[in-house]
Design a binder for this molecule. Structure first.
Ligand code: ZN
Length: 632
C-alpha cells in the first residue's frame, strides 16, 4: 500500500471483544532455515487455516458480479496438498453464505461454519474423504463483504456506470473468497468472472485489454501469491498501452490524463530491474479507480490499483507508482509471513521506491522525500504507544490494520538505509539482490530475515555490525540514535524563505517556479501557527495556491487556510472535499474545520453534499468526526 500516512486501511471494530483468545496466541513456527519452503506449524496469527495439515495450492474462481443485489455469486474450487492423516481442510471465511461443498468428483462433503468472530470471521472447516484432493465451495458474498466496494454511477468519474473494486489487504480476502487468508500461504489462481456486458473486469492476473459482448472474462495468475493480493475491479474501463509490458486502465474520460501522467512507468521498471533483478510478473499495468477510492494505491500483482488524485497534470506525484512497482519485489515476491512482520513489506518498499526515484530524478529529489518522511514519522510516533513503534510488531488479538503506521514504512526505510550507510552501497545492494532472488515467492519472518542478514553481512564484520544497532531498530521503540541524518540543501533554502516571510520579507524574492511538490509541502509545513489573513492573501496572490492542481500541495494549502480562517480559499476547499474521497486528504481537513464553530457549520454543509460520493470507509471516518447521524 502507498506509504502516505493516512492511507492505511483502518476498519474500526467498535466494542469488539475476543471470544476466542486461543486463536491469537498462535505462534507461527518456522524451521531453523527460515522459510525455505517449510510451512508454519500450529495455529496461525489472524487465520483459521492449518496449512501444516492441508495447504491450498491453487484456486479456481467462477463468479457472477451482480450490481443490483450487490453480490458475487458462484464457486471457489481449491486444490490442496495434505498430510496423509489430515481429516479436515480449514479455510478462512468471513460473512460468506456457504451453500454447498463438494469434492473433485462432485460428491458432497460435510462442512462446518465456525462461530461468529467480528475480526477474523467464522472460518470454514471441510471434512475430507480419504481420496479428496480438491473442494468446490458454492457461495455468495453478503453485506459483510468489507473487501468489496460497490460504487454507484455517482461515485465514478464518468457518472453513468457503476463500479466495483476489492481491497483484500490485510485480512479481507476471506470476505469475498473462502481461502487460507494468511500471507504464509501462496496460491496460483484462475478465474472466470461474468459482468454486465457494458463493463470490463480486470484482476491481479492476466488481463483483457478490451471489452467483449458476452461480459465473461477469464484470468490466470501463474505465479503463487498470498491471498491478500487477490483483486478484482469492474467498471467502464478502457486500456491504453504505455510500453512493451505496461499500460493503464481507466474510465474513458480519465484515460488520456492517466496515460500522460504515467509516461515514466517503463523507465521505472527498467531502473528497478537494474537495481534488484528481473521483474518476474511479465506485465505491469495500472488501473485508476474512481475518485472515491479511499486510498493512495494497492500493489495488486500485475495490476496496481491507484487513486486518481495522483494525476497532478505534471507527473509530480508518480512516487506512488515507484512505490507500488517496488512491491513487485518486496511484498509480492518476498512476503511478510505474518502481519507482525509488516515492515518487511513496507520498509523494504519505501527503501526501493527511494532508490528508483533517485535513479530517475536524482539524489536531491529523493533526499527531500526522505526528509519529509522523517519529520512526519517523528510526529506520528508521538501519538503511538512505545510498543507500536518497534519494527517487529505485536498484533495478537488486534486488527492487523493497527500496524499500518509510518513505523513499518519509514522507520523500516531508515533501518535499511542505516545498513547501507554502514556496509556501503555496493555490498548492501549485492545483499538485497540476492535476498530477493533467494527468497522469491516465499514468506519471511523478521527473525528469518535477521538470521539471513547476520549470516550474509553482519557476521562478516563485527565492528560494523555493532554500529548498526540492530536490536534498537527492530526490538526497540522510537527512532534510534543511529538514524542516518538527512541533509537537503533544497529544503534548507525553503525553510529560509518561510522564515524570512514570517519576519516580514516580501515574497517577490522567492523564485518558486522550479519547486517540486516536496519543496511546496516543506514550505507550507514550515508555518506551524495560523497566519494572518493578510499574509495568506499575499501567499495566494503570489503563487495562486487556491488554484493548485496538485492534490498534495492543495491539501496542505487548504489545511493552512482552515487553520488561518482564510475564507477566500473556501470555495476551493469545498470543491476539493466534494470532488475526491481519499481519506488521507479528507480526515485532516474535516478535523481542522471542526475546531471552530463556523468551521464545524461549514464542514457539515459540505459533507451533506459530498457524503453520497464518498467510499463507506471514508464515510465512517468523517461520520465519526462530525458525529453525523444516519437520519441527516
Ligand atoms: Zn506499500
Amino acid at each position: 500500500m502507498s506509504s502516505l500516512k493516512f492511507d492505511g486501511l483502518h476498519v474500526d471494530v467498535p466494542g469488539f471483544a475476543f471470544p476466542f483468545l486461543f486463536f491469537l496466541f498462535a505462534l507461527p513456527l518456522f524451521g531453523a532455515e527460515p522459510n525455505s519452503g517449510g510451512l508454519p506449524q500450529g495455529r496461525l496469527l489472524h487465520s483459521h487455516a492449518r496449512p501444516d495439515q492441508a495447504v491450498v495450492k491453487h484456486l479456481s474462481l467462477d463468479l457472477v458480479v451482480d450490481f443490483e443485489s450487490k453480490k458475487l455469486t458462484g464457486s471457489a474450487t481449491l486444490k490442496f496438498e495434505r498430510k496423509d492423516d489430515a481429516k479436515e481442510l480449514r479455510l478462512d471465511s468471513h460473512g460468506l453464505e456457504i451453500r454447498k461443498v463438494s469434492d473433485q468428483s462432485g460428491a458432497e462433503l460435510a462442512f462446518k461454519v465456525g462461530e461468529k468472530n467480528q475480526l477474523l470471521g467464522e472460518g470454514l472447516t471441510v471434512t475430507l474423504g480419504e481420496a479428496t484432493t480438491a473442494v468446490r465451495v458454492e457461495y455468495a458474498t453478503t453485506d459483510a463483504a468489507e473487501a468489496v466496494q460497490w460504487l454507484t454511477p455517482k461515485q465514478t468519474s464518468g457518472g453513468k456506470q457503476p463500479f466495483l473494486f476489492t481491497q483484500s489487504q490485510a485480512i479481507l480476502a476471506r470476505t469475498w473468497v473462502p481461502c487460507q487468508d494468511t500471507p504464509a500461504v501462496r496460491i496460483t489462481y484462475d478465474a472466470k468472472i461474468k459482468v454486465p456486458s457494458r463493463l470490463l473486469a480486470v484482476m491481479s492476473a492476466t488481463n483483457p485489454q478490451s471489452r467483449n459482448e458476452s461480459g465473461v472474462y477469464e484470468f490466470e495468475m501463474k505465479q503463487p501469491i498470498p491471498a491478500y493480493l487477490l483483486a478484482l475491479a469492474v467498471g467502464d474501463l478502457k486500456f491504453k498501452s504505455l510500453g512493451d509490458r505496461s499500460g493503464v486502465y481507466a474510465e474513458p474520460d480519465v484515460l488520456p490524463k492517466a496515460t500522460w501522467e504515467f509516461a515514466d512507468t517503463e523507465r521505472m521498471i527498467e531502473a528497478a530491474e537494474k537495481l534488484y533483478g528481473p521483474y518476474r510478473w511479465e506485465r505491469y499495468d495500472l488501473v485508476v479507480l474512481p475518485p472515491s477510492f479511499p486510498f493512495g494505491g494497492m500493489e495488486n500483482p500485475r495490476l496496481t490499483f491507484a487513486t486518481p488524485t495522483i494525476l497532478a497534470g505534471d507527473r509530480s506525484l508518480v512516487a506512488l507508482v515507484a512505490h507500488e512497482l517496488a512491491h513487485s519485489w518486496s511484498g509480492n515476491l518476498v512476503t511478510n509471513a505474518t502481519w507482525n512482520d509488516f515492515w518487511l513489506n513496507e520498509g523494504f518498499t519505501v527503501y526501493f521506491e527511494q532508490r528508483i526515484m533517485e535513479a530517475i530524478y536524482g539524489r536531491n529529489y529523493s533526499e527531500m522525500l526522505a526528509k519529509l518522511n522523517l519529520a512526519s514519522l517523528r510526529e506520528e510516533m508521538e501519538d503511538l504507544s512505545p510498543r507500536d513503534t518497534w519494527l517487529k510488531l505485536d498484533l495478537r488479538d488486534r486488527n492487523p490494520d493497527d500496524g499500518m503506521t509510518g513505523v513499518a514504512y519509514d522507520k523500516g526505510y531508515f533501518f535499511l538505509r542505516r545498513l547501507e550507510e554502514v556496509f556501503g552501497r555496493e555490498a548492501w545492494d549485492a545483499f538485497l539482490k540476492s535476498y530477493f532472488d533467494r527468497f522469491s515467492f516465499k514468506s519471511m519472518t523478521t527473525e528469518g530475515f535477521i538470521a539471513h542478514l547476520k549470516k550474509e553481512l553482519l557476521d562478516k564484520d563485527s565492528e560494523k555490525s555493532a554500529s548498526v544497532n540492530l536490536d534498537a531498530w527492530v526490538f526497540g521503540p522510537g527512532v534510534p540514535e543511529s538514524c542516518p541524518t538527512v541533509d537537503s540543501d533544497e529544503l534548507l533554502k525553503v525553510t529560509g524563505h518561510a522564515k524570512a516571510f514570517l519576519e516580514g520579507t516580501s515574497l517577490s524574492v522567492v523564485d518558486a517556479k522550479d519547486w517540486s511538490t516536496h519543496h511546496w509541502l516543506h514550505f507550507l509545513r514550515s508555518f506551524e501557527k495560523p497566519l494572518p489573513v493578510t499574509r495568506m492573501k499575499q501567499l495566494d496572490g503570489q503563487f495562486g495556491l487556491s488554484k493548485q492542481g496538485n492534490s498534495e500541495i492543495l491539501h496542505d494549502w487548504l489545511l493552512l487556510s482552515v487553520r488561518s480562517q482564510y475564507e477566500p480559499a473556501y470555495p476551493a476547499l469545498e470543491r476539493f472535499l466534494t470532488e475526491q474521497g481519499r481519506r488521507k486528504f479528507l480526515e485532516p481537513l474535516y478535523r481542522a474545520l471542526i475546531k471552530t464553530e463556523s468551521g464545524r457549520e461549514l464542514a457539515r454543509k459540505i459533507y451533506r453534499k459530498a457524503r453520497p460520493t464518498y467510499h463507506p470507509i471514508s464515510q465512517a471516518t468523517v461520520d465519526g468526526l462530525l458525529e453525523w447521524k444516519a437520519s441527516e
